[in-house]
Design a protein around this ligand. Structure first.
Ligand code: C2E
Ligand code: MG
Ligand code: MG
Length: 597
């Protein structure tokens, strides 16, 4: 192992060689007689300790020590002062300058050696300690940096998770989770402050059509814009949230008057009614809003939401695109609907359900060419229940499958009877609910079974389906419709014009009839939109070889307009409202008599 090196700075040559002699066995020594060359000597040789004389001819050791200690490279070297003086003051001065020890001359060799070895060991230990401390510091700083990174990463993940859990990813609005949380807060606050707040439940009208006919991508873009419009309709303190699908909520806090909620609702309805421009296409939707308010309509949060929902449904039932405040009558109405649903289960077994038939007239021959079977229910307590209400209740449960099957059976049975009476020209149109074509129902097999049972020509059956059905699961429905066509059944598009499909879309499907919705017959004045639309629909439908039927004809003017446009068939109260089978027979007999004359 190489020896440690000691630098001796002393002008006394004799003393230097004495020291050299004492130290030579254990150390290497370098001697500098001229103290001005101390730094130079240090720069040339690595040194472990300096023995520094205090009194020298052209300098003093204190100054040399100062110079050494002010140099960053050598400041940690242990310096031991050598002096003939033995005064406390000098010793203190030496220590103040950074010296580690003070040896007085004449020296005692064992003491010098002992002190030198102690200080070298001490310096080495200090250096080692410093190095370790430095390494430790570096390690800690690295760890801290890593830890900080990890913490900020975790924070980021947490924030992201929090965002995902509380915000709707499409519209960036609070989702149901956050809505519940904030509603609970608004509720508690209003309770404590005796203030009021309103909850608006907003459901888009016709959005399903947009989604089904234009695709989910377009639907998503509409939802994004709806979110922006809703946010623009309210103040900063109010909260807009998306509960899911096309359902949104607005919570209006710190309201002075309940009527203020009506003003906001009106604004929302007007804003959503403005067309949405998506990829250059103008899309029209609307919205129905149900409002519940605290403290009037909610003993608890769940109740507030339920009541707003009931109010929203009441708007939908009345024709959509409006708002309504919750009222206790609505609860009665909702309960009534639940009661009706229960009664409908029993209605089939109790023979409360039956069919009426509405004649469809061939506009060329003016004769009845078909009838449309329409469902009727005479409720023992509530009397006649409207067909679309029955269907909507039945569609909310699986009852629609049973009822649909019953209608098919009854209509085929009736037609078979009429054919057996000689009215073989007569066809029957049967309305089909979209749910009857669900994947789990083998509708084709069922329909085939009916025909086999009643032995009626397949072309006499016209199944009426709606545009929305074809947009739902296009390929699957296309397959079913093609299978039905293969059997020989004719297909009819009911209520055409109320959905979003175009005639070119319909041309993909094997349909035979197109029924123009009766809403188009309102206002047929020369320049009206309906006038132009009906002309266009009839012209295009006929170019696609479809037979056009106009429904809901109530006046002679409507009839002559449709005749002028070349409409093929028509039905409506102008000819006859839906009537019983026996009344149809009377009409058929009268017509036959007339034709004979
Ligand atoms: P829809 O298939 O479009 O039937 C035509 C509706 O227009 C019938 O209403 C009919 O009574 C009514 N209507 C007939 N002439 C006129 C008129 O001159 N003016 C007006 N404003 N309306 C007229 P209804 O019977 O209340 O049926 C309503 C809807 O319920 C039907 O519309 C159909 O979608 C559905 N529906 C009826 N029966 C059945 C059924 O057996 N199965 C299914 N799935 N749906 C049915
Ligand atoms: Mg119909
Ligand atoms: Mg219709």
């Amino acid at each position: 192992m190489s020896k440690d090196t000691i630098l001796i700075v002393d002008d006394e040559r004799f003393f230097c060689s004495l020291l050299e002699d004492i130290l030579k066995d254990d150390y290497q020594t370098i001697i500098v007689y001229d103290s001005n060359k101390t730094i130079e000597a240090l720069s040339k040789h690595p040194v472990d300790l300096i023995l520094l004389d205090i009194i020298m001819p052209d300098s003093n050791g204190y100054e040399v020590c100062k110079t050494i200690k002010s140099n960053e490279l050598y400041r940690d070297l242990p310096v031991i002062f050598l002096s003939a003086k033995n005064e406390m003051e000098d010793e203190i001065r030496g220590f103040n300058l950074g010296a580690v020890d003070y040896i007085t001359k004449p020296i005692s060799p064992p003491i010098v050696k002992a002190r030198i070895s102690t200080h070298i060991a001490l310096a080495k230990a200090t250096k080692k300690l410093q190095r370790h401390t430095h390494e430790l510091e570096q390690l800690v700083s690295q760890r801290t940096e890593k830890l900080t990174q990890e913490i900020s990463k975790k924070q980021e993940i947490y924030e992201k998770l929090h965002y995902l859990a509380n915000y709707d990813q499409l519209t960036l609005l609070p989702n149901r989770n956050l809505f519940n949380e904030r509603l609970a807060y608004a509720y508690e606050l209003a309770k404590r402050n005796n203030s009021s707040f309103c909850l608006l439940l907003i459901d888009l009208d016709r959005f399903k059509y947009v989604n089904d006919s234009l695709g989910h991508h377009i639907g998503d873009l509409v939802l994004e814009q709806v979110a922006q419009r809703l946010s623009a309709c309210v103040r900063g303190v109010d909260m807009v949230a998306r509960l899911g699908g096309d359902e949104f909520t607005v919570t209006l806090t710190e309201l002075k008057f309940r009527e203020d909620a009506a003003i906001v609702a009106e604004k929302i309805i007007a804003d959503i009614a403005q067309p949405f421009e998506i990829h250059g296409q103008m899309i029209h939707i609307g919205c129905s809003i149900g409002i519940s308010s605290f403290p009037d309509d909610g003993e608890d949060l769940h109740c507030m939401l339920k009541n707003a929902d009931m109010a929203m449904y009441a708007v939908k039932e009345k024709g959509k695109n409006a708002y309504a405040f919750f009222s206790p009558e609505m609860r009665k109405h909702a309960n009534h609907r639940i009661e009706l649903e229960e009664d409908l289960y029993k209605a089939l077994a109790n023979n409360e359900i039956y069919l009426h038939y509405q004649p469809i007239i061939n506009l060329k021959t003016k004769n009845i060419c078909a009838v449309e079977a329409l469902l009727r229910w005479k409720h023992p307590k509530h009397g006649q229940i409207a067909a679309d209400k029955i269907i909507s209740i039945a569609e909310d449960s699986s009852l629609i499958i049973k009822i649909g099957e019953w209608v098919l059976n009854k209509a085929c049975q009736q037609l078979s009877l009429w054919h057996s009476q000689g009215y073989t020209f007569l066809n029957i149109a049967i309305n089909m609910s979209a749910r009857q074509f669900d994947r789990k129902n083998d509708s084709v097999a069922l329909i085939k079974k009916m025909f086999d049972q009643y032995q009626i020509p397949k072309h006499s059956i016209h199944l009426e389906i709606t545009e929305s059905l074809m947009q739902k699961d296009t390929n699957f429905i296309l397959e079913i419709l093609s299978d039905l066509k293969k059997i020989g059944i004719l297909l009819s598009i009911d209520d055409f014009g109320t959905g979003y499909s175009s005639l070119s879309f319909l041309s993909k499907f094997p349909v035979d009839f197109l029924k123009i919705d009766h809403s188009f017959l309102r206002d047929l004045s020369l320049e009206s939109k309906n006038n132009i639309l009906i002309k266009a629909i009839i012209a295009m439908a006929q170019s696609l070889n479809l037979t056009v039927i106009a429904e809901g004809i109530e006046t002679g003017e409507q009839l002559s307009f449709l005749q002028q446009q070349g409409c093929n068939q028509a039905q409506g109260n102008y000819f006859s409202s839906p009537i019983s089978a026996s009344e149809i027979e009377k009409m058929l007999r009268a017509e036959a008599r007339l034709n004979l004359n």
